[in-house]
Design a protein around this ligand. Structure first.
Ligand SMILES: [Zn+2]
Length: 344
């Protein structure tokens, strides 16, 4: 089968589409024929390599996908060949306390499809049976292909971690990214007032079309100052941050007393200074968030279905153009999801 693989870590040029052996599903696994697969920032970390992380080369890239079940292992009963599914990319042990509660992203051995095992940028992918979930019927394959990781991450940050309520003011950094756009849609659906930031006026204008109440161009304006003006000097209730080191100091100054900051990514770096006085004096709640639980997944998919939400697809590339697609994400030129079309 054809797959986008790496044989070594490095730049975009190490991504190759090659013939590789088809995966064989184990007894508790499902083989999925991939229709479309979404790109995530995680792909860049995998391709560049992480200290201490070992990959079996050639390594098949990709964490998100929509497809059709082609075969199931002997122990699998809840899905069958022909079922249309999306992939929950979380991998966990299945028997610890966290897993028993469905909190797979809290499992000590948590991993991700496309990182700890071969991924979805392939004509076929084998995943543990709990990773397949019915595809929301109102979404096209292009929309569903990059749907789970970003929406689920945004859902857990907003709903489970920050417990956003109608009337809350939520600030979302870097509105071009997949998680940020999903967070905008979900926060609006939850009745929040939403402020978004970007360095691109074009992305901010598109964000307003998608429901953003206020926009701040961080290259031209002071984010914390402008946000305080918008909120009448008190600051925002919740900050959604997938950016990391560059925005962390802003997070602590833009949130009002008693507010919450939720972090899910470190695109701009993992090490940042924290003003501890701001943390205790303003009684801030600082939270991390990774992917989501099985309950988060169920609620998120239901919310997307009943709210008729549609993932924002920036562009669809054929699998063979994986380098071009990845370069666009790496240059942060996208707004929403970049999707690979793998098969019809
Ligand atoms: Zn576990």
């Amino acid at each position: 089968m054809r797959a986008a693989v790496i044989r070594e870590h490095g730049g975009v040029d190490v991504l190759r589409v090659e013939e590789v052996p088809e995966p064989k599903p184990a007894a508790d696994e499902v083989l999925v024929k991939v229709l479309c697969a979404g790109l995530n920032h995680l792909d860049i970390w995998v391709r560049k390599g992480r200290p201490g992380a070992k990959f079996q080369m050639p390594h098949v890239m990709g964490s998100d996908a929509v497809g059709v079940v082609e075969a199931v292992g002997a122990e699998v009963t809840h899905v069958k060949a022909g079922d249309e599914v999306v992939i929950y990319p979380g991998l966990s042990c299945g028997h610890c306390g966290a897993c028993a509660r469905g909190e797979r992203s809290l499992c000590a051995s948590f991993g991700i499809v496309g990182f700890q095992r071969p991924g979805t940028f392939a004509e076929k992918v084998a995943v543990p049976a709990y990773c397949v979930y019915p595809r929301p019927v109102h979404l096209s394959p292009e929309e569903a292909g990059g749907f789970v990781l970003a929406y689920l991450t945004a859902w857990r940050m907003l709903m489970t971690r920050a417990e956003v309520r109608p009337g809350d003011c939520v600030l979302i950094h870097g509105i071009g990214g997949g998680v940020a756009i999903c967070a905008l849609q979900l926060a609006k659906q939850a009745g929040a007032e939403v402020i978004v930031t970007s360095s691109s006026d074009e992305k901010l204008s598109r964000a307003r079309e998608l429901g953003a109440d206020h926009t701040i161009n961080y290259r031209k304006e002071d984010v914390a100052g402008h946000a305080r003006e918008i909120t009448g000097s008190s600051g925002v209730d919740v900050v959604i941050d997938a950016v990391g080191a560059a925005t962390w100091p802003i997070d602590l100054s833009v949130v009002h007393k008693g507010g919450k900051v939720v972090l899910c990514g470190i695109t701009t770096g993992a090490i940042a200074e924290t003003n501890l006085q701001a943390v205790y004096w303003n009684q801030l709640t600082l939270m991390g968030s990774t992917l989501g639980s099985m309950d988060d997944l169920r609620r998120m998919v239901k919310a997307v279905e009943v709210g008729n939400l549609r993932p924002v697809v920036d562009e669809v590339f054929p699998l063979k153009k994986v380098q071009e697609a990845t370069q666009k994400m790496e240059d942060a030129r996208q707004l929403g999801k970049i999707v690979l079309k793998v098969s019809d």
